[in-house]
Write a new protein. Structure first.
Lengths: 285, 317, 294
């Protein structure tokens, strides 16, 4: 094969690669651009400080406070629940169990399975639980569904960081007489704190943006929830329910919700990145 | 650390649980009444909730839409107090404990985009039931020309509802079938269908009266046009068949029985078994008495006196 | 003494908590399967899976149109996503300067973080009219709510998954292999093709399968643009009704039609099983590749 032909082939593929990368980057810009163009003009003080008046499908006045507060409360509660389960599991697998122990392998396998479960299945399962427990569509039910979704994501992200801790550090701690619990909490966690915080943020971001898990479980309302047993509006559902409507003011609320949600997630992404970089200073290399 | 969190959550749960069981103090009713279901009843339920709150400020009325199917599912599984249902209740639902109370009446109308190229013909000829049957239940796509007797080859873009709802069931009943027999692109929710049709100049869909007409102007929603029914199949819209200009004209025609039932139909609030909670019973009996005043101004039709009496009787039982 | 007690208590609690993942997997499968029994008592599993009529009011629960819809949309999405993702991953891994790589990483993460509904909004506003126009260009009529619209939106959603895994796979190919190839006079592209891609083939397959599994389970964005018509699609411009959309749209009807809730839970179970098989298969391949590289 002549050198010339090989060079031409390389050039062709380089072009295709460039185009592909441009497509990927361009899609992001296109989507963010659409959200900004449609959503930002709809965002004003009224939009973020008032609830919809006259019903969220028809009311022309009001804003999306119900969805903003509902989403924040729901995601916070769900993330907390997921954290309460994730951290002990990850610490247990990495500190108390030997590397490659059968229990650890099986548990990690289970976490992998859970990670791949579509959120609609979590919603369906949570709905079964709700009916079984006699729970109504509420903030609490939504928290449970989203916690189920966030748990494997958070656990995996934490596990990846904690696994990287050099065994030498762990062994040094044991040889100094520390119990496994003390090692886990005082040494490992401190070492991996940026990673843990990042894992929590990633899970939070995923949870707050999900619609399929809350569509069965959290209900929807035009009020700000004041108790765990009341239905709660969420930003993703606010978008879904209020988008397809001929009433322009209602549609504006959908675009505003999309803008708020996207901005929130961008902020969380940025925070996760910054924290990861800043805290790395304090960890032992 | 995890333990503190668990205790905290449990405590919060207990506090939350007791929030709904406030005892009635000396005759003042309080609590929450939750409704979910048909889009058709959504505007009316909101209005009723607003007015009821003026008399019983401590009772909170929570209204969610989602379709008649959701209303029945929610009330039968204990998720809400009352289901809003815009179709007839099925025997299986009654067997599962559904207790329907007729509260008002409205109708489903066919809609097209205001940008439809054949709008003038649609307005002067109307569309017959047979043509509508062809559009929604025919095996092949129909051309606008065939529907209106014109030489136009553009195909009709058919839309229907993707969520289980009374509007679709009622529309299907009008055409002689069930919701699952209706063809077309499935769109979620009544407003969603209206918007999809609005955007598609060749589209046709159906909506509840109160989503097809603007509540303030009483005319069809901006960008939407209501399809007159050619009731006698004459191929032209005679004056007695023309009542679609404003919402009130239409509701008068429905009340007079000129607009057929279906697609006009009774709207129900469904409870699981006879309602017993004081707040719920108070709301229901208010709706059947004072609440009826607000029906016409909200774009609905009052129930006839016999039906109303029947509803009241079943409530007292 | 107290420290040891605390340690023992913690150990026991954490062990119990670590049993949760396994227990959850079992619970979810059992819960869905248990609920599905009702509809399977009256119809055979094959009958439900391959039945072509979905008329719950008449008691016929054929899931085939939804499976077909899911397959059409997912496969079309993969056809669009795989070449673009792989080419991008190769570019970022082998050709891009560290600066470009540094910018690309956040871009891909951001794309991965955008919620499904936002994709749905964008799809409804931009892609549906686009498909409507493309269809009429080819002489077909389409409302725009179609397999193609779903595929385009889904493809973009799947880019980050495939790129991320592919990048990891390429990173695990030892640099020495590349250097050897270049030393023998191969061009960079030839090195990439014959060394990196060949070495990483298993991992690339895994990346694709993971992307496939993600695409299969995606609900909201596709639901908003795909048309929700319960008929087997015959062209890219036809509407379709994927399985996740079926569950999301109709859960409300569950109690009023006999066996409907059971049929929907069966649909969820089928979805879970397919995604499960894909995910595990891909993970196993990746773990094996990782071990080989160590």
């Amino acid at each position: 094969m002549g050198l010339r032909r090989r060079r031409v082939e390389e050039a062709v593929f380089k072009l295709l690669m460039g185009v592909s990368t441009a497509v990927v980057a361009g899609s992001l810009l296109f989507i963010l651009g659409t959200v900004v163009v449609k959503g930002l003009p709809a965002l004003d003080l009224t939009m973020i400080t008032q609830t919809p008046k006259g019903g969220y499908y028809l009311g022309k006045e009001g804003g999306i406070l119900n969805a903003i507060v509902g989403s924040l409360l729901l995601a916070a509660g769900a993330t907390f629940l997921a954290f309460v389960f994730s951290l002990p599991v990850v610490l247990y697998l990495n500190v108390y169990r030997r590397r490659g122990s059968r229990f650890a392998v099986l548990t990690r396998f289970a976490l992998d399975v859970l990670w791949g479960v579509p959120s609609i299945v979590y919603g369906a399962f949570a709905f079964l639980l709700m009916v079984y427990l006699g729970l109504r569509a509420s903030l609490l039910a939504g928290m449970i569904a989203v916690a189920l979704l966030e748990f494997p994501i958070m656990a995996r992200a934490m596990d990846e960081v904690v696994r990287l801790v050099p065994p030498a550090l762990r062994d040094a701690s044991f040889s100094l007489g520390a119990t496994k619990l003390e090692t886990a909490l005082r040494i490992i966690v401190r070492q991996t704190l940026p990673g843990i915080v990042t894992a929590v943020l990633i899970a939070f971001g995923r949870g707050i943006g999900d619609a399929a898990s809350v569509i069965f479980t959290a209900g929807f309302t035009d009020r700000v929830p004041t108790s765990l047993l009341q239905p709660a509006a969420t930003l993703p559902l606010a978008i879904f329910y209020q988008l397809g409507t001929p009433v322009a003011e209602v549609q504006q609320r959908a675009y505003a919700s999309a803008a708020v949600l996207t901005l929130l997630i961008l902020a969380i992404s940025l925070a996760a990145r910054t924290i990861g970089r800043r805290f790395k200073r304090h960890t032992i290399k | 650390m995890a333990r503190v969190g668990a205790v905290g959550l449990a405590l919060a749960g207990v506090l939350a649980g007791t929030a709904g069981c406030r005892k009635a103090e000396t005759g003042v009713l309080s609590g929450t009444v939750t409704l979910s279901g048909a889009w058709a009843l959504y505007p009316m339920a909101l209005k009723w909730g607003e007015e009821f709150r003026k008399i019983h400020p401590k009772i909170r009325i929570d209204v969610q839409a989602g379709g008649a199917g959701k209303g029945v599912a929610d009330v039968l599984s204990g998720m809400v107090d009352l289901g809003m249902v815009s179709r007839d209740i099925r025997p299986e639902e009654i067997a599962n404990g559904a207790f329907p109370i007729a509260v008002t009446k409205d109708a489903v109308v066919a809609t097209v985009s205001a940008a439809n190229p054949f709008l003038k013909d649609i307005r002067t000829r109307g569309i017959s039931r047979a043509a509508l049957l062809d559009i929604w239940m025919g095996r092949k796509p129909v051309a606008w020309g065939r529907v209106l007797g014109l030489p136009a080859a553009d195909k009709v873009h058919v839309y229907t509802r993707s969520d289980a709802c009374g509007a679709a069931e009622t529309w299907a009943a009008f055409l002689g079938g069930r919701q699952e027999d209706l063809g077309g692109v499935g769109v979620y929710g009544d407003p969603g269908l209206a918007e999809a049709v609005r955007r598609d100049s060749l589209g046709i869909g159906y909506n509840n009266v109160n989503f097809a007409y603007d509540a303030k102007s009483l005319r069809p929603v901006e960008g939407l046009a209501v399809v007159p029914l050619d009731l006698d199949g004459s191929g032209a819209l005679d004056p007695p068949e023309s009542f679609y200009g404003t919402r009130d004209e239409l509701t008068a025609a429905i009340a007079a029985g000129i607009y057929p039932s279906p697609p006009a139909r009774d709207l129900f609030l469904v409870a699981k078994g006879t309602p017993s909670r004081p707040a719920v019973v108070a709301f229901l009996s208010w709706i059947l008495n004072e609440g009826q005043e607000f029906v016409p101004e909200s774009g609905y039709i009052r129930l006839g006196p016999e039906k109303l009496a029947e509803s009241l009787k079943s409530l007292r039982r | 003494m107290k420290r040891r007690l605390r340690d023992a208590l913690a150990r026991r609690t954490m062990f119990l908590l670590s049993a949760v993942p396994g227990a959850l997997v079992a619970l979810i499968f059992l819960g869905l399967a248990g609920k599905s029994r009702a509809v399977l008592a009256l119809n055979s599993f094959a009958g439900v899976l391959f039945g072509t009529t979905w008329q719950p009011l008449r008691g016929s629960f054929g899931l085939f149109p939804f499976l077909a819809g899911t397959l059409w949309v997912t496969l079309a999405a993969m056809v669009l996503a795989v070449p673009v993702s792989l080419l991008t991953a190769v570019y970022l891994s082998e050709y891009a300067s560290p600066k470009v790589r540094g910018v690309a990483r956040p871009v891909i993460d951001l794309l991965a973080g955008i919620p499904s509904v936002v994709f749905g909004v964008w799809g409804t506003l931009m892609i549906v009219p686009f498909v409507r126009a493309v269809a009429s260009f080819f002489g077909a009529t389409s409302s725009g709510y179609s397999v193609l619209a779903g595929a385009i939106v889904l493809a973009i959603m799947v880019f980050p998954t495939i790129i991320h895994v592919a990048l990891e796979v390429f990173a695990s190919v030892p640099q020495s292999l590349r250097d050897a190839s270049l030393a023998l006079g191969a061009t960079k592209w030839e090195t990439t093709r014959h060394v990196v891609l060949r070495k990483g083939l298993g991992g690339i397959n895994a990346a694709v399968v993971l992307g496939l599994s993600r695409a299969f389970g995606e609900t909201m964005a596709v639901l908003m643009v795909v048309g929700n018509v319960a008929r087997i699609p015959r062209s890219l411009f036809d509407s379709a009704y994927p399985l996740p959309a079926l569950i999301a749209n109709n859960y409300g009807e569950m109690m009023s039609i006999p066996l409907y809730d059971s049929a929907l839970m069966l649909a969820a179970l089928v979805l879970l099983a397919v995604v499960f098989v894909f995910n595990i298969g891909a993970r196993l391949v990746l773990v094996r590749a990782e071990r080989k590289a160590e």
